[in-house]
Design a protein around this ligand. Structure first.
Ligand SMILES: *Cc1c(COP(=O)(O)O)cnc(C)c1O
Length: 427
């Protein structure tokens, strides 16, 4: 059976967009280049229904790449935004809402006594690194290959030639001097991390505790605990970038589930409830190094914006124990169903509460090198097959599917039916 999409209006918008926006988009993954097609322009969305400008309707498993844990246009979040907006959209002065959101975060996240809000995860990780360097008086930051911490110059680094040597710029325009103090090591490789600590005076190690930007690649047992031991033994800070895992895999994020407490935590996505908000936090002693108390400068015109904070608060307050149970059940049903639909094809499905990745690989994926060896061409064909069957999955094999509380068993069932049919055409 051949199925295809009508996308004349998207194509027309894309042509216009490409004249005034580089690549027609404001963030690269939206262009759908890695699945070999042009983007679909969204008209509106509600719950998990995403409707494009040509009237195609999809079950959305991207959910804006993480913020929409309650699905699109949740009535309580919309009400919170409307109420906040009616009182004024920004003041450049403190509000009660910011205090309430900060209190909600501190209650949930084990490592966070105090936090500073920003407008994006990029700013939050950039600021966390600045704070870590100030607090330790050292320069080197260790990061993992395939981990993403936003488009911070110093963190846009690839592994250099030898293990545990300085990173090389992963983008044009990033100076070698900006990545000279970044060391990139493979995920799940204890020996490489040990070598990095033996060779460098490390200020901080930054990790996504449940990496989800090379696809979901969970830490092997004991790996996060070993990172904690090594950082502590060497007087370096451990930074968990929980922009994806925070408030998603558990109320307190991956640090709660793994029982490993970092010094600093970077938060984003869910914390803004679909509006631009992010944060970083840690102990009072560390966080009070920030201006205006301390000597580390950090600021933002729209940081703690009332609309974003109201949306984030409404989002967090709906995340009770039942919500996490339900999210886990939906995730498990999707992951198990995808495994069954794949049958004996070379497919690996990784999952944890609220996150799923489908790797087109014979072997389980344990690091970025494995993720790169996957059959990304087959994934692209499968993903286009899903789109044609009304399922909007991440248009890249290096991303996670974002499960929301708006995904019901019927959405999982429809997705699995499409997945099985699309597997037939993927190879
Ligand atoms: C999305 C993401 C970021 C960057 O957040 P932005 O708000 O896009 O700047 C940082 N870290 C991780 C783990 C992310 O997934």
């Amino acid at each position: 059976m051949t199925v295809s999409l009508t996308d004349a209006k998207s194509a027309e918008l894309f042509a216009r967009a490409s004249r005034v926006l580089p690549g027609g988009v404001n963030s690269p993954v939206r262009a759908m280049r890695s699945i070999g097609r042009d983007p679909l322009f969204v008209e509106r969305a509600e719950g998990v229904d995403l409707i494009d400008v040509d009237g195609n309707r999809f079950v959305d498993w991207v959910c804006s790449w993480g913020p929409l844990i309650h699905g699109h246009a949740h009535p309580q979040i919309l009400t919170a935004i409307h109420e906040a907006a009616a009182a004024g959209t920004t003041f450049g002065a403190p509000t009660a809402l910011e205090v309430e959101l900060a209190e909600e975060v501190v209650r949930r996240v084990p490592s966070v006594e105090m936090l500073r809000m920003t407008s994006s995860g990029t700013e939050a990780s950039m600021s966390a690194i600045r704070l870590a360097r100030a607090a330790t008086g050292r320069e080197v930051v260790v990061k993992f290959a395939g981990a993403y911490h936003g488009h911070v110059d110093g963190l846009l680094a690839d592994a250099g030639s030898g293990l545990a040597t300085q990173g090389i710029p992963a983008s044009a325009g990033v100076l070698e001097s900006a990545t000279r103090a970044t060391v990139v090591v493979p995920w799940n490789d204890v020996a490489a991390v040990e070598e990095a600590f033996a060779r460098h005076d490390v200020a901080a190690l930054i990790a996504e505790p449940y990496p989800a930007n090379m696809g979901l690649v969970l830490p092997e047992p004991g790996f996060l605990a070993r990172l904690r031991e090594l950082t502590e033994a060497h007087g370096a800070l451990l930074i968990f970038d929980e922009v994806i895992s925070g408030f998603r895999v558990a109320p307190g994020g991956a640090q709660e589930l793994s029982d490993v407490t970092p010094d600093l935590t970077v938060m984003g996505k869910v914390i803004g409830g679909g509006l631009p908000a992010a944060a970083f936090g840690g102990s009072q002693a560390l966080m009070e190094r920030l201006a205006p108390v301390g000597d580390v400068y950090q600021a933002g015109t729209l940081s703690g914006n009332p609309l974003a904070v109201a949306a984030g608060l409404a989002s967090l307050r709906m995340l009770d124990e039942t919500a996490y149970l339900r999210l886990s059940e939906t995730t498990e049903a999707l992951a198990t169903g995808l495994r069954e639909a794949a049958g004996d094809r070379p497919v690996q499905v990784a999952s944890v509460g609220g996150l799923v990745t489908v790797f087109f690989s014979e072997q389980p994926v344990r690091d970025y090198a494995d993720a790169r060896r996957c059959d990304h061409e087959a994934y692209a064909r499968w993903c286009r097959g899903l789109l044609a069957r009304g399922v909007y999955a991440p248009p890249s094999g290096y991303e996670a599917w974002f499960v929301s509380l708006a995904h019901a068993p019927e959405h999982v069932a429809r997705t699995l039916e499409a997945a099985a049919a699309a597997f037939e055409v993927a190879w």
